[in-house]
Design a protein around this ligand. Structure first.
Ligand code: UDP
Length: 387
């Protein structure tokens, strides 16, 4: 099967890391087209996946942009759409991995008469997208042959926003559990970060208001003095005002000695293994939350905000802890119970690791995606379904 994958960013967010694993399975028969250059291109090249940067300039529209900004960007999109339409004639399908990729892919697919696949990594709700953007996304996605939703939560939001339920299949992100099972010597890393003797709560997400890093900083004041927070991740999409807000919050609460910002890191696994607990604090519904599964695979006690897909990934009290989104005191309570009852926390984390190894295998994910693609792209099935 020959696939033309499209992704709007050159940065490695969760949707891109998911695409990296999917495209690896098609590396001899695919092309990944990016709308901007960045470290994601290098990661694709390292895996020997053919990649091209297709746009001259990044597209200006944001998730919160209205209809006018969208229309104005059309002029910028036309050469890109033309290029994608031309390229797609060499492929069996166009596979849009992000919202702008969906828009470009949908118009190009009409021009080139190639089927469109959309991998939905977002919750299409007012908390994440403007009304205009939701309408455009749903209208375009309804032209697709298949919509792969990364969770039941994203599927539900898509349908609620007017998406056609018959198009959607839920496929969770997949992981290679062996990569997370490695033994890591953490003492040296602890000491190099000045964290020896501390109870470490790790947070692994890009810095963005909806990822709720401020909730963990607020929670720290209700935790024991020995508890430190380590933030791994950077402002990938220009959220500099939020970065400043976090630094001010740390200053105002007198927590400078207890908070570390490490920026974007590629060594997520050793850093997670270093943590006594991993906290996930999104204040808007999380579409999937790769870091939740990664923490479970690392065998770390995992506390997540109870919204979106987090409630599909964690069974509270069995494979982790769920606290209400934005509730800093409840988060502090869960951190403190892991600190005070380490044996119980370790037992839950060990069971979560076992469950995550079974339920989030990359081989399963890739097999499911391949099967759905075959079902929906095969001309026989398509004609039968249409009738
Ligand atoms: N990540 C990373 N380095 C960092 C912070 C995060 O490689 O400094 C990875 C993290 O391990 C996860 C992904 O980025 O695989 C984030 O995916 P998630 O679904 O949690 O959030 P998204 O960014 O897609 O909203």
């Amino acid at each position: 099967m020959k696939l033309l994958f499209l992704d709007q960013t050159g940065k490695s967010g969760g949707a891109e890391l998911c695409l990296l694993d999917i495209a690896t399975a098609y590396q001899n028969s695919c092309l990944v087209g990016l709308f901007e250059d960045g470290d994601f291109r290098q990661r694709l090249e390292q895996r020997k996946i053919p990649v091209q940067v297709l746009a001259e300039k990044a597209i200006a529209v944001r998730k919160s942009s209205g209809a006018i900004a969208g229309l104005l960007s059309l002029g910028q999109l036309l050469p890109l759409i033309h290029r994608v339409a031309g390229l797609s004639r060499e492929y069996d399908a166009i596979y849009g991995n992000t919202q702008k990729a969906l828009v470009v892919g949908a118009i190009a697919s009409t021009l080139s008469r190639r089927p469109l696949i959309y991998h939905l990594h977002d919750i299409l709700s007012p908390a994440h997208f403007s009304r205009a953007n939701r309408r455009i996304a749903v209208w375009m996605a309804n032209q697709a042959r298949l919509v792969i939703a990364n969770s039941k939560a994203s599927r539900a939001a898509f349908i609620e926003a007017g998406g056609n339920p018959a198009l959607v299949e839920v496929v969770y992100n997949g992981f290679e559990p062996e990569a997370y099972a490695v033994e890591v010597e953490t003492n040296e890393l602890r000491s190099s970060l000045g964290l020896t003797g501390r109870f470490i709560v790790g947070h692994f997400s890009r810095l963005s208001p909806w990822k709720g890093q401020h909730v963990l900083i607020e929670a720290l004041q209700y935790c024991d003095e020995t508890v430190s927070a380590v933030f791994v991740g950077d402002a990938l999409f220009g959220e500099q005002a939020y970065v400043q807000q976090l630094q001010q919050q740390v200053q105002q609460l007198g927590l400078r000695d207890r908070v570390k910002f490490l920026g974007f890191r590629e060594d997520v696994i050793p850093l997670m293994k270093l943590c006594d607990v991993v906290a996930h604090t999104s204040i808007a519904a999380e579409p999937f939350g790769r870091v939740i599964v990664e923490s479970m695979l690392c065998g770390r006690p995992t506390i997540a905000a109870a919204s979106g897909a987090a409630v599909e990934l964690i069974d509270p009290g069995v494979t982790g802890w769920l606290t209400q989104s934005g509730d800093a005191k409840a988060l502090a309570g869960a951190i403190e119970s892991c600190r005070k009852f380490p044996t119980e926390a370790a037992q839950i984390a060990a069971f979560a690791q076992q469950q995550a190894c079974q339920n989030f295998q990359l081989t399963q994910t890739n097999a499911q995606i391949h099967q759905h693609l075959q079902n929906r792209l095969s001309p026989v099935n398509y004609v039968e379904k249409a009738n």
